[in-house]
Design a protein around this ligand. Structure first.
Ligand code: IDP
Ligand code: MG
Length: 146
């Protein structure tokens, strides 16, 4: 799916199992709307270990890959496609640094993340990866514009 499908830029995000379990989904979805994003697709699902390995394949050589994919398969996640001007960079700014200890005040990871591994949310790091990650979770029929 190319970025031009929506009128503005889009990104892909997930609320990770730690934040879903802890009951932070509502606060995170509220923050998404407060930040001016339109939710264009949304679903709750539980990844298998194999699906988690596929999603994070780019990290397969990293020492934390096993821990990361076990965690991502440990409970339900909420996945969404968010549209906004400058969506990729703005969502990365709102979620904050990977490690909550290094995340800026009021970022989602500062507010809700438990650790560098269990860090509440995912955000695509480029427009290209937003397209790849969106296609991993959603079919074209599930992407709904205005
Ligand atoms: P990002 O999510 O901020 O883009 P990445 O470096 O792409 O961070 O890493 C992907 C995910 O892998 C992180 O969000 C986190 O859940 C996990 N992760 C990254 N570094 C570590 C680590 O050192 N230990 C455990 N898990 C990690
Ligand atoms: Mg990343």
């Amino acid at each position: 799916m190319q970025q031009g499908y929506f009128s503005k830029e889009y990104t892909f995000m997930m609320i990770k199992p730690d934040a879903v379990k802890a009951g932070h989904s509502g606060a995170i979805l509220k923050r998404i709307e407060e930040e001016g994003f339109q939710i264009r697709a949304l679903k709750r699902l539980r990844l298998t270990k194999e699906q988690a390995m596929g999603f994070y394949a780019v990290h397969s050589a990293r020492p934390f890959f096993g821990e990361l994919t076990d965690f991502m398969a440990s409970g339900p996640v909420i996945a969404a496609v968010l549209e906004r001007d400058n969506a990729v960079a703005h969502w990365r700014e709102v979620i904050g640094a990977t490690d909550p200890a290094e995340a800026a005040p009021n970022t989602i990871r500062k507010l809700f993340a438990k650790s560098k591994g269990e860090n509440a949310v995912h955000g695509s790091d480029s427009k290209e990866n937003a397209a790849i990650e969106t296609a991993f979770f959603f079919s074209g029929l599930e992407l709904v514009g205005q």
